[in-house]
Design a protein around this ligand. Structure first.
Ligand SMILES: Nc1nc2c(c(=O)[nH]1)N[C@H]1C(S)=C(S)[C@@H](COP(=O)(O)OP(=O)(O)OC[C@H]3O[C@@H](n4cnc5c(=O)[nH]c(N)nc54)[C@H](O)[C@@H]3O)O[C@H]1N2
Ligand SMILES: Nc1nc2c(c(=O)[nH]1)N[C@H]1C(S)=C(S)[C@@H](COP(=O)(O)OP(=O)(O)OC[C@H]3O[C@@H](n4cnc5c(=O)[nH]c(N)nc54)[C@H](O)[C@@H]3O)O[C@H]1N2
Ligand SMILES: [Mo]
Length: 659
């Protein structure tokens, strides 16, 4: 038996380091790497599931072509010929933009993220801008701080007050929990702001049940008290904050009573929170991505950022407003990034608006679609429209390990290799700051070609002369050259030691901000340029109608990353609802019901759950179509900034099955 270190490539905060045991050419075990500073010896069920997925009987092993509605196994040669012929045909007849590329973060490795480079060398095609994920908050932090750097979890031991604002690490960032425990043991007060009484909320010292989409009201109410009580840090504001006077005037203009009512939090609780945050210091705020999936999500994050600015909690140990850990990936610049210059014909659409874009009469219309590391047929909003859009596209190629809902709709499906079957560099920018090398454990199934080689072959066949025709290791070395130079490391070192940027534990400690003014910009020049409100403003949160009276949250299951681990769940999705809401909607004491929105309807099983607030129900996102996909209920509305899907502004009605 031998072991290698692999890295979990899932779209997750923790990006765990996994000790992978191999016996007789087969992977026989995975466990958390004890010496890794983030993983510390334990991984979750989803990390362990990589092994089940590796040898899963349903795993795709051969290219499949749909002929007369039936799948036929074909050779790679035929698959590549088919793709090349189709590309040439569509480009010849309609131009480059008739081809669309759709990808996501279903696998977070460098070696499999090369299709952008391929399509750039092709001259540019149609692809997306914006995200389904975290764009509103990202944009907010860029307006305010010029960047989106986060404090290291170890720094929490320096905090006296920790506010987890719409973040649920007990279920989706499990390695953060021990740092919260350490902070608690050190005397810190842990406060969770979340409409749902989550596992994290139950662990915290205080749970503040804000109304959905109303975090801006709460943050402004806190600011109102901090300013009125003069708990601000005047010196800090004077030297490092731009636009304070305008922001102050806006905040003081608001009626505290109204802010409290709107947020659903009592004035006394807000006062206590304002005092804890500005007096029981240092204070840290850690924001999650759930709270920005609203039409006012970006402004709500800006309102929270401002609390850090006015109290001087930025750039200090134990402080900060942490949203992401975008540090190392910024410095990776190689052939992939440089290929942008070839994409002269590139056209983009807003990702959440995929269906609308495809169905509109744009010229040229989309004839060919390429999907990789993504499952848009379950994960995009307004799936009924997405289905129509898929149907409209003549030829669709999907690369995946399994016959997902997206793959089923394709014309050609290519199998993907597993994390255990390739060398790769893995990183995510949510929490884990390291770039980690993942070592190949076993060979892929006989004949299978990984994504890197597939696109290299396609580039060769299409005679893309500037495309880097090099083996994957040389490609990695080229990608990492500038980063290694910056860090004074060799390429070999980048494989043997995990790399991270130096001095990132306390971001902005030099108090230099990458904003146009070099200060924190409560009034942002970039926001003004983008035509959005100059500072965080209160945008009314959406509410339901008589028919669609309940808000639907489609937050995460602890047992699956997005749709990936719902594959084998064959039963109906579960809706969680509290007793009072169930009673008021005549669905108490029944096992199943129908949930309906203006976009579609879904049959679900019903579970009473007092963790949910009145008027809000939950169905986890990720259920496949064989169960019932929750995104038949969501619409493709966008957030106020950052071009992001506002999934949680979805309103539904529930009714008994027989009605
Ligand atoms: N187990 C698991 N982990 C995951 C994923 C998964 O599918 N499963 N997906 C990964 C991905 S792609 C992402 S983007 C991240 C997302 O990770 P999170 O940001 O943690 O995402 P969510 O589960 O959407 O929401 C987090 C919390 O926000 C709360 N929330 C919802 N609305 C509001 C609001 O209006 N105000 C406040 N204050 N809180 C609110 C929810 O109740 C929830 O507890 O997780 C990653 N990790
Ligand atoms: N209703 C609702 N919908 C949501 C959300 C929500 O909160 N509510 N959250 C949104 C968010 S934050 C996100 S990030 C998106 C996620 O959207 P997606 O990234 O599209 O979702 P996944 O289900 O993770 O799909 C990734 C796919 O990649 C495949 N895959 C795994 N490894 C490989 C590989 O090595 N190569 C290739 N080619 N494929 C591989 C997996 O099998 C899987 O089918 O979903 C969004 N959708
Ligand atoms: Mo995400």
């Amino acid at each position: 038996m031998r072991t290698v270190i692999t890295v979990c490539p899932l779209d997750c905060f923790d990006v765990c380091s996994m000790v992978t045991s191999i016996e007789k050419g087969k992977v026989v075990g995975v466990s958390g790497n004890k010496v890794d500073p983030i993983t510390k010896g334990y991984i979750c069920s989803k990390g362990k599931a990589h092994l089940d997925r590796l040898y899963h009987p349903n795993r795709l092993l051969k290219p499949l072509l749909k002929v007369d509605g039936k799948w036929q196994e074909i050779s790679y040669e035929k698959a590549i010929n088919t793709i090349v012929d189709k590309m040439k045909q569509y480009i010849g007849e309609y131009g480059n933009q008739s081809i669309m590329n759709y990808n996501d973060c279903g696998y977070s490795g460098m070696g499999k993220s090369v299709e952008d480079m391929f399509f750039n060398h092709l001259g540019g095609i149609t692809t997306y801008h914006g995200t389904l994920c975290w764009g509103a908050g990202t944009k907010a932090q860029i307006y305010d701080f010029g960047d989106r750097k986060g404090h290291s979890p170890e720094d929490l031991k320096n905090s006296k007050t920790v506010i987890l604002w719409g973040r649920n690490p007990a279920e989706n960032n499990i390695h953060l929990v021990e740092h919260l425990k350490a902070a608690k043991d050190n005397g810190a007060k842990i406060i969770v702001v979340d409409p749902v009484n989550t596992k994290t909320a139950r662990f915290a010292d205080q749970h503040i049940r804000v109304k959905c989409g109303c975090d801006g009201y709460l943050a402004m109410a806190i600011a109102h008290i901090i300013i009125k009580e003069n708990w601000i840090d005047e010196g800090f504001i004077e030297s490092h904050v731009k636009g304070y006077e305008i922001y102050r005037e806006y905040v003081l203009k608001q009626d505290l009573e109204k802010l409290s009512t709107k947020s659903g939090v009592s004035i006394n609780t807000i006062k206590e929170l304002a005092k804890d945050y500005s007096k029981n210091t240092p204070s840290a705020i850690w924001i999650g991505y759930g709270m920005q999936r609203y039409e006012n999500g970006g402004n709500n994050v800006r309102a929270i950022d401002a609390l850090g600015a006015i109290t001087g909690s930025i750039g200090i140990k134990g402080g900060g407003v942490t949203y992401t850990h975008k540090s190392i990936t910024k410095y990776i610049k190689g052939p992939l990034e440089e290929s942008e210059k070839y994409a002269v014909k590139k056209r983009t659409f807003s990702k959440a608006k995929f269906a609308e874009f495809v169905l509109k009469e744009y010229s040229p219309e989309i004839k060919m679609l390429f999907v990789t590391r993504a499952n848009p047929m379950t994960q995009l909003p307004d799936i009924n429209m997405v289905k129509k859009a898929f149907n409209k596209i003549e030829f669709k190629v999907v690369i995946d390990m399994f016959m997902t809902d997206s793959a089923r709709e394709a014309d050609l499906v290519l199998p993907a290799t597993s994390i255990f079957e390739e060398n790769d560099f893995i990183s995510s920018s949510m929490y884990n700051p390291y770039l980690q090398y993942s070592e190949k454990a076993v060979d892929p199934p006989r004949g299978m070609i990984g994504e890197y080689e597939l696109f290299r072959k396609l580039a060769k066949r299409l005679d893309l002369r500037e495309y880097p025709d090099v083996d994957i290791d040389t490609f990695f070395e080229m990608q990492l050259k500038s980063l290694c130079k910056k860090l004074g490391k060799t390429y070999i070192q980048s494989k043997n030691e995990n790399l991270k940027m130096p001095d990132i534990d306390v971001p902005y400690k030099d108090l230099l901000f990458d904003t146009p003014s070099g200060k924190i910009e409560l009034v942002s020049e970039l926001a003004i340029k983008d035509g959005v409100a100059p500072h965080g403003v209160l945008l009314d949160n959406k509410s339901g109608t008589e028919k669609y009276n309940l808000r639907l949250l489609t937050i995460r299951s602890p047992f699956s990353i997005n749709s990936q681990h719902f594959m084998e769940k064959l039963d109906k999705p579960v809706v969680y609802i509290n007793k009072e809401t169930a009673k008021a909607n005549s669905v108490l004491d029944i096992k199943s019901c129908i949930v309906k929105s203006q976009y579609g309807e879904l049959e679900v099983k019903l579970k009473i759950d007092e963790a949910l607030p009145n008027g809000t129900i939950k169905i986890n996102q990720g259920w496949w179509h064989h169960s019932g996909c929750v995104n038949v209920l969501t619409g493709s509305k966008l957030t106020d900034m950052g071009d992001q899907a506002a999934y949680y502004d979805t309103f539904v009605g529930v009714r008994r099955l027989e009605e």
